[in-house]
Design a protein around this ligand. Structure first.
Ligand code: TYM
Length: 332
């Protein structure tokens, strides 16, 4: 059975972008068709200025939301990155295989580092080495496929390159993974600025639908989405990004095709109304299960404890093999 690994970073409240770009396919496809692991990558949340209590709270919330979204601990492994030491152990070896040039070329590094500097802050070294830890997350499990949104494919490509390089230098150790973005909504855009990604760490509230927004708030955000001055409904991501985003969202909620859907609308108003209802209906069961899970924290604790134990057992053979292959003396 193929191995699937993916992760989500607890740096903000989870968004519709996270759901449609990643979580939905984990729930509907991956957990049923693969030996799958899904990880709340809390170590990655320390790469930018952070509040310790908030990261802890968001990590728990992310894990609870993944279970509420329908990840079933009987079918897959849902765990927290820092509970499994193998990620940090292997990350160092990845830093010994990667080059600083490769790290500096990553788009997300360039964007985030520029943002930190603009704010007058300094850039944490871990922001630069972020992709080494991400490669470790993936390679520690012999992963075949990494279901992620479009913004993460460059990082997965780097993990691929590092796996190939490690294998060539030190002997075959790692499976070479590939990114598997969803066909629709691999890049959900901000509703107020459809030329930029809907990101959970951004501050622009009205353009971002959060999974735990009240239904009325979600509806308003979608109904007020920025479009353009045309009136006909055409799917063109370049020229008409706002409308294309709404079509993507509507299609991803109902499993349809955005281009085909565009032909069924004659006004932006009707499209917005249907997209708003589709989002509310899609997330209603998740919100109900989230409420129930919050009332039963012992259950979430136990899922995370058992999953971490399972993940440790899965990762250790790969990481131990990498330690031996690269030339480290085994501890006796
Ligand atoms: P993160 O936490 O930013 O996002 C989690 C997942 O959601 C996807 N996503 C989106 N998809 C479509 N449209 C959007 N607007 C949107 N926003 C986010 C992301 O592509 C991702 O799949 N570096 C990763 C976390 C990570 C990871 C890993 C992922 C760490 N180690 C190993 C896979 C494998 C990140 O920051 O994702």
């Amino acid at each position: 059975m193929k191995r699937v690994f993916s992760g989500i970073k607890p740096t903000g409240h989870l968004t519709l972008g996270n759901y449609l770009g990643a979580v939905q396919q984990w729930v509907e496809v991956d957990q049923h068709q693969a030996d799958a692991l899904f990880c709340v990558v809390d170590l990655h949340a320390l790469t930018v200025d952070h509040d310790p209590a908030r990261v802890r709270r968001l990590s728990r919330q992310a894990a609870t939301l993944l279970l509420a979204a329908g990840l079933d601990p009987k079918l897959c492994t849902v765990f927290v990155q820092s509970h499994v030491d193998e990620h940090a152990r292997l990350s160092y070896l990845m830093e010994c295989v990667a080059t600083d040039g490769e790290m500096r070329r990553m788009i997300q590094y360039k964007e985030k580092a520029a943002r930190e500097r603009e704010r007058g802050g300094s850039v944490r070294l871990s922001l630069l080495t972020y992709p080494a830890l991400m490669a470790a997350d993936i390679l520690a499990y012999g992963t075949d496929e990494v279901p992620v949104g479009e913004d993460q494919t460059q990082h997965v490509e780097l993990a691929r390159d590092l796996a190939v390089r490690f294998n060539q230098r030190y002997g075959h150790t790692f499976t070479v993974p590939k990114a598997t973005p969803p066909k629709v909504a691999a890049r959900v855009m901000n509703l107020q600025d459809p030329t930029s990604k809907m990101g959970k760490s951004d501050d622009s509230g009205p353009g971002i639908v959060y999974l735990l927004d009240e239904p009325e708030v979600m509806r308003k955000k979608v109904l007020r989405a920025v479009t353009d001055s045309h009136t006909d409904v055409v799917y063109d991501r370049e020229a008409r990004p706002g409308v294309a985003n709404l079509l993507d969202i509507l299609a991803a909620c109902g499993g349809g095709d955005p281009e085909a859907l565009s032909g069924t609308y004659t006004s932006y108003g009707a499209l917005k109304k249907d997209a708003a209802e589709a989002v509310v209906e899609l997330l209603r069961p998740l919100q109900e299960r989230h409420k129930a899970l919050c009332a039963d924290p012992g259950y979430v604790d136990e899922v995370l404890r058992a999953a971490a134990e399972q993940a440790r057992g899965m990762a250790r053979p790969y990481v131990d093999a990498a330690y031996r292959a690269i030339g480290l003396l085994p501890a006796v």
